[in-house]
Design a protein around this ligand. Structure first.
Ligand SMILES: [Zn+2]
Ligand SMILES: [Zn+2]
Length: 300
């Protein structure tokens, strides 16, 4: 640690929706929120560990992890992240907050890695990773109130997953809200009221058909996307109703279609949102002081 105060910032580590990877494309869902000296990871899709290291985070400083729901594009790398932090010298507790089932995932992960864990404890004298990690399964409402950091959850609409939660982080008068995965869900506007940043998932209508054709299980995938996710216009509607200072479009679907660019996202979201806007890319930093994007911002 350098000792100088870190500026509050949001880093979008992985910006695509869904678990598939394609050459040159972005990675699944994970974000870093640094607020009031706390290091908070929101979702652990594949690539979260690499993303944190690239963002300059010492894995030993891992502190709080939140999982919005148990879809693999938000969960797959939770175990590997914590395990890698452990082998990097983690010696302080990590608190993981997730929906019911998070503890089951973690216990089974540790079982799957039992050989490695046991041998490192004996051979390298490491603390027991199973005792360093505490898992708290949360439901709607209050999640955490600790050293001025307040976290609340709102159940959103992401069928067939019932335990999927938007999260609101508040500290020192700053607030950041993550929509999680959801279909257009008007109660999110109240939940995100006056937030500095709303990170909302978004898909683009004209990209869906091409994505469905490429992925192979057409009708079912289209059905899932339409029932469980929001169009960019919906995200803009929530942001406008909530009166947030900045909207970040994230969990983009499609995210790696050469025919779809920033101009298409803008055209969609500008129908319903006139305020400050960021379209997520892997590694993009959004400063929280004044909620200005550090790079690549699109400002009204
Ligand atoms: Zn997702
Ligand atoms: Zn999902």
């Amino acid at each position: 640690m350098s000792g100088k105060p870190m500026p509050d910032r949001l880093v979008l580590l992985g910006s695509k929706g869904g678990p598939a990877l394609r050459p040159g494309g972005p990675w699944p869902s994970s974000s870093l929120l640094e607020i009031g000296g706390r290091t908070i990871v929101v979702d652990c899709g594949l690539g979260v560990t690499r993303g944190l290291v690239d963002a300059g985070i010492s894995l030993k400083a891992l502190d709080l992890i939140f999982i919005t729901h148990l879809h693999s594009d938000h969960l797959l790398e939770l175990g590997p992240l914590v395990h890698t932090a452990w082998t990097a010298g983690l010696a302080t507790p990590v608190n993981v907050f997730g929906p019911p089932g998070t503890g089951h995932y973690w216990r089974r992960f540790c079982q799957a890695m039992e050989f490695d864990i046991e041998i490192r404890i004996v051979d390298e004298g490491r603390p027991d990773i199973r005792e360093l990690v505490s898992i708290s399964e949360f439901a709607e409402g209050h999640v955490l109130d600790q050293h001025g950091l307040k976290v609340t959850a709102l159940r959103v609409d992401h069928p067939p997953v019932t335990d999927c939660f938007a999260l609101r982080f508040e500290r020192g008068g700053k607030s950041v809200v993550f929509s999680a995965d959801t279909a257009f869900f008007p109660p999110l506007a109240d939940f995100a009221k006056d937030a500095d940043i709303l990170v909302h998932e978004a898909m683009l209508e004209e990209g869906i058909e091409r994505l469905v054709a490429r992925t192979g299980n057409g009708a079912r995938l289209r059905e899932h996307l339409l029932a469980s996710h929001s169009f960019a216009e919906d995200a803009g509607r929530i942001a406008s109703d909530a009166g947030v200072k900045r909207l970040v479009l994230n969990h983009l679907i499609p995210a790696d279609d050469a025919e779809i660019g920033e101009v298409d996202w803008l055209a969609a979201v500008r129908k319903t949102w006139a305020g400050d806007l960021t379209i997520a890319r892997d590694g993009l930093v959004v400063e929280l002081s004044g909620a200005k994007a550090a790079q690549g911002e699109e400002t009204a």
